[in-house]
Ligand binder design. Structure first.
Ligand code: HEC
Ligand code: HEC
Length: 258
C-alpha cells in the first residue's frame, strides 16, 4: 500500500502539459540501454542467454511433422533462415485474407491450424513461445518497421488512444511511465521507454520466456487495471502503436529482463 501511494505521488507530479508528450526520434532508446551490466551481458551472450533454449526448441519444432497431413512448417516454408528472415519486423500486420490485424503469435497459430491442420497451441505455451522466439530471432538486428497505412490505420489509432488513456486504480496511462518518466527508478527498476523490440523475452521475475502481451498485462496489473484475455484485439492494436513508436530500433529478441 505504501508503495502504491508512493507511485501515485511520483506520477501526480506529471504536469498537464506533458499529457501527450512524445519522445523525439533522436531520443528513442531500446530497453536494453536501461538494463544493468549483468543483464546486458546475459542478453548479448547467446550461450548464457536463457532465451536461446526457446529459440533452439523453435528451430526443432519448425522441422517437426504435425497435424493430419504430417507436414512440418519447413515442408511449406523451407529454410526459415531465408523464408522468415525479416518477417517479424513488420508485425503486427494486416492479414490480407481476413483483413484483420494479427500479432506474430496469432499468425503462427493461424498457419498451424488452417494450413498445417494441427491442434492449436495455447497462448504462452512453451511451443508457441519457442516458434515465435525462433522466427523473431531470425530478424535480430533488423529495424522495426510497422506499416500503419491503409487498413492498419484504424488499428493504429485505437492503439495510440489506448496508450494515452488513463486506467486502473492508479489512474495512469502508458505514457505516464514510458513517455514522461523513462530513466526514473520504480521499485528498483529503471523505467524504459516501453519498446517491444526485445520480445518475446526471458524475464527473471517469471523464470521463463513470455510474449509481449504477457509484459503488457504485467504493466496493466501494475496500475490495477482490467486485464484482457490473451489475443484480445486491444493488445494487437496497442502493439502496432508500440511498433510504430519504436520504428528503426533493431529487433533484439530473445531479450533478457528483470
Ligand atoms: C501446408 C502448408 C503450410 C504449413 C505446414 C505451415 N504454413 Fe505457414 N503459411 C502457409 C501459407 C500458404 C502462408 C501464407 C498465406 C496465409 O496463410 O495467409 C503462411 C503464412 C505464414 C506466416 C506469415 C508469414 C508472413 O510473411 O507474414 C507465418 C509466420 C507462418 N506461416 C508460420 C508457420 C509456422 C510456424 C508453421 C509451423 C507451425 C507453418 N507456418 C506451417 C502455409 C503453411
Ligand atoms: C506505473 C508505471 C508503468 C505504466 C503505467 C506502464 N508501464 Fe510498462 N513498464 C513499467 C516498468 C517498471 C517496466 C519494466 C522496466 C522497463 O523495461 O521499463 C515496464 C516494461 C514495459 C515494456 C517492456 C520494455 C522492454 O524493453 O522490455 C513495454 C513494452 C511496456 N512496459 C509497455 C507498456 C504499455 C503499453 C503500457 C500501458 C498499457 C505500460 N507499459 C504502462 C512501468 C509501467
Amino acid at each position: 500500500m505504501k508503495a502504491l501511494i508512493l507511485i501515485a505521488l511520483v506520477f501526480c507530479a506529471v504536469p498537464a502539459a506533458a499529457q501527450r508528450r512524445v519522445i523525439p526520434p533522436s531520443d528513442i532508446k531500446s530497453g536494453f540501454e536501461f538494463l544493468g551490466p549483468d543483464l546486458k551481458k546475459l542478453q548479448q551472450d547467446d550461450f548464457a542467454n536463457p532465451g536461446t533454449l526457446w529459440v533452439d526448441r523453435g528451430e526443432k519444432l519448425w522441422r517437426a511433422a504435425a497435424g493430419g497431413d504430417g507436414k512440418s512448417c519447413a515442408d511449406c516454408h523451407g529454410d526459415a533462415r531465408t523464408s522468415m528472415k525479416g518477417v517479424a519486423v513488420s508485425y503486427p500486420k494486416i492479414d490480407e485474407r481476413t483483413g484483420k490485424l494479427m500479432s506474430l503469435e496469432a499468425r503462427i497459430l493461424q498457419s498451424r491450424v488452417e494450413r498445417q491442420k494441427a491442434p492449436p497451441l495455447a497462448r504462452e505455451s512453451e511451443d508457441l513461445l519457442a516458434l515465435s522466439a525462433y522466427i523473431t530471432s531470425l530478424s535480430r538486428g533488423l529495424p522495426m518497421e510497422a506499416n500503419i497505412d491503409g487498413p492498419a490505420r484504424r488499428n493504429f489509432e485505437l492503439g495510440e488512444a489506448f496508450f494515452f488513456r488513463r486506467r486502473g486504480q492508479l489512474n495512469l496511462a502508458c505514457m505516464h511511465c514510458h513517455d514522461a518518466n523513462w530513466g526514473r527508478t520504480l521499485f528498483e527498476e529503471r523505467i524504459s521507454q516501453g519498446h517491444p523490440n526485445a520480445w518475446p523475452a526471458y524475464r527473471l521475475d517469471w523464470q521463463t520466456m513470455g510474449s509481449l502481451e504477457r509484459r503488457l498485462r504485467a504493466c496493466l496489473s501494475g496500475v490495477r487495471a482490467e486485464i484482457l484475455p490473451y489475443g484480445s484485439p486491444e493488445y494487437t492494436d496497442l502493439a502496432l502503436y508500440l511498433s510504430w513508436r519504436a520504428r528503426g530500433l533493431p529487433i533484439e529478441s530473445p531479450g533478457v529482463r528483470r
